[in-house]
Design a binder for this molecule. Structure first.
Ligand code: SF4
Length: 507
């Protein structure tokens, strides 16, 4: 028996799998097959495109297709599987048992805005045009595969079995050197699932897929890290978590020792690691628990590598929008959290800030008015004027996920979208906030190592450091693609840097 794991890349609110990131989904799926002694091939969608090897996917007994983005962005490291490619694979591969997993966009014809609406593949949306796909997994992939390979007939919406996840996680570490980017890969680590809040934001899919907040067993995380380290992985992101600061919270607030154990343990198990970054947190959680949060922020800033970001799910600075969407925060709390992260994480390691906040804002939420954009801009301007640093500002349009309160709201209400105001707001943020912020975060002369060259335009080469939200850097030289270089910052774009080449590193 042979299985092919096709990595079509995922981009979800609490998981990223576009190169140079390698998601847990593909590692655990590969691990499920290897645990049962099944030959398993791993291919990325970019490899299949490059080699034009679509027909070889038909040679497997099982074809596991993982892909679809629910938080669409611009990707330099790889192009996620498209819907038409998925349809093509379904049509051209009649032989294998095809198992589909991952968020996938579909046209929501009920939508007032007719925007692309994301969803995990749902029977009504994806299965109809892709009738040839036998299994559309909407539950936990590794638990499903484990059941299937045990000779059972698991339901497609099967829940997660943590014991099975750990078996697959350990076996799945073996896939890393098959990735074309290896060893320049960042492995996403699962830290927790679900949200620690008791009631949830209108738009969020996390509580839909993970109704209960659950921190992963610390030994399991560290054992997986050790296994990945033994295979040559030196870059990690504690990214599969809705709120990293809530790790170990059993309903009584933050547990600073829980995350300390993880960070220390990772450093002990992979002492020569090159990247240790994280991703999401909730600013209100920081404001509600300032003392314990400060301790956790100290831990992260001490053990991480430079350039780390704590992404704040702010979503809006408009109190009306905050209330209407049950965001559960206050504007003052957001400022307190930004200030605290700056105070603790704003020092420089190797010339680069250790840990800074990032801000996510969403347009199109319930209660939004034209004034909302002014309030959001004024808040960002105030943050700039206060001298607090933000490492990045992410402006997105809301995506309506099935089964969320926002989806239910939209069944009975018109949800306007202020296209013109949103566009103007983005332009103003890019020119008046992003650029001066970049100049402060990365002053001229800042040295940035581990920049992987990704593409060329004219005589310029573009690359990004192996970081969380690696910033785009243009280098005024013609360099080979896939090289690792060190640069020194010379100029600024709106969301990018220009640098001069200092040296080419060993890959
Ligand atoms: S705080 Fe809101 S956006 Fe964040 S995980 Fe919880 S429900 Fe989702």
């Amino acid at each position: 028996m042979k299985a092919i794991i096709l990595d079509g890349y995922v981009d979800e609110p609490a998981l990223f799998g576009v190169p140079p990131f390698l998601s847990t989904y593909v590692r655990y799926a590969w691990g499920a097959y290897r645990h049962f002694g099944v030959e398993a091939e791993y291919r990325t969608i970019d490899q299949v495109r490059r080699e034009n090897s679509w027909e070889t996917l038909d040679s497997a007994d099982h074809l596991v297709i993982i892909g679809g983005v629910s938080v669409p962005g611009k990707y330099a490291g790889g192009a996620p599987l498209s819907y038409s490619e998925l349809t093509k694979i379904a049509a051209q591969c009649p032989n294998p048992l095809k198992i589909l997993f991952g968020a996938f966009s579909y046209r929501d014809t009920d939508s007032a805005t007719h925007q692309k609406t994301p969803s995990r593949p749902a029977r009504a949306s994806v299965k109809d045009p892709l009738k040839a796909i036998e299994c559309v997994v909407t539950g936990n992939l590794e638990t499903y595969l484990y059941g299937l390979l045990s000779g059972k007939n698991p339901p497609e919406d099967i829940g997660k079995d943590p014991e099975i996840t750990e078996i697959c996680a350990l076996a799945g570490a073996g896939v890393v050197d098959r990735h074309p980017n290896f060893p320049n890969l960042i492995c996403e680590l699962e830290v927790s699932t679900g949200c620690e809040r008791r009631s949830h934001c209108s738009f969020c899919s996390e509580p839909v897929f993970h109704p209960r907040f659950q921190s992963r067993d610390p030994e399991a995380i560290l054992t997986e890290v050790a296994a990945l380290g033994e295979r040559g992985v030196k870059r990690f992101r504690l990214g599969r978590a809705a709120n990293i600061l809530a790790y170990g919270d059993r309903g009584e607030g933050p547990d600073p020792f829980a995350l300390l154990r993880i960070y220390r343990g990772i450093r002990e198990r992979v002492p020569d690691l090159r990247t240790l970054h994280t991703d999401n947190t909730n600013p209100q959680y920081i404001a509600d628990h300032p003392v314990a949060s400060a301790k956790i922020l100290e831990t992260i800033s001490e053990y991480n590598t430079p350039g780390d970001i704590l992404s704040f799910g702010v979503e809006s600075f408009d109190e009306g929008v905050i209330r209407s969407n049950n965001l559960g925060t206050r504007v003052e709390s957001i400022y307190e959290a930004i200030k605290l992260v700056n105070e603790i994480g704003g020092f420089r390691k190797e010339g680069i800030p250790a840990l800074l906040p990032g801000i996510n804002l969403i347009a199109g939420l319930i209660g939004e008015t034209k004034r909302t954009f002014e309030k959001n801009f004024d808040a960002l301007k105030m943050i700039l004027e206060k001298g607090w640093l933000l490492r990045r500002i992410n402006l997105r349009q809301v995506m309506v996920f099935p089964k969320t309160p926002l989806s239910a709201y939209r069944q009975t209400h018109f949800l306007p979208f202020h296209t013109r105001e949103f566009r103007r707001f983005k332009e103003k943020v890019r020119t008046e906030i992003d650029r001066p912020m970049l100049e402060r975060v990365f002053p001229v002369g800042t040295v940035i190592p581990d920049v992987i060259t990704e593409y060329r335009e004219g005589n310029n080469t573009f690359g990004r450091p192996l970081w969380t939200y690696g910033i785009l850097i243009g280098i005024r030289s013609t360099l080979p693609i896939g090289k690792k270089v060190t640069i020194s910052v010379t100029e600024y774009g709106f969301r990018s840097l220009t640098g001069e080449l200092i040296s080419v590193q060993e890959n």
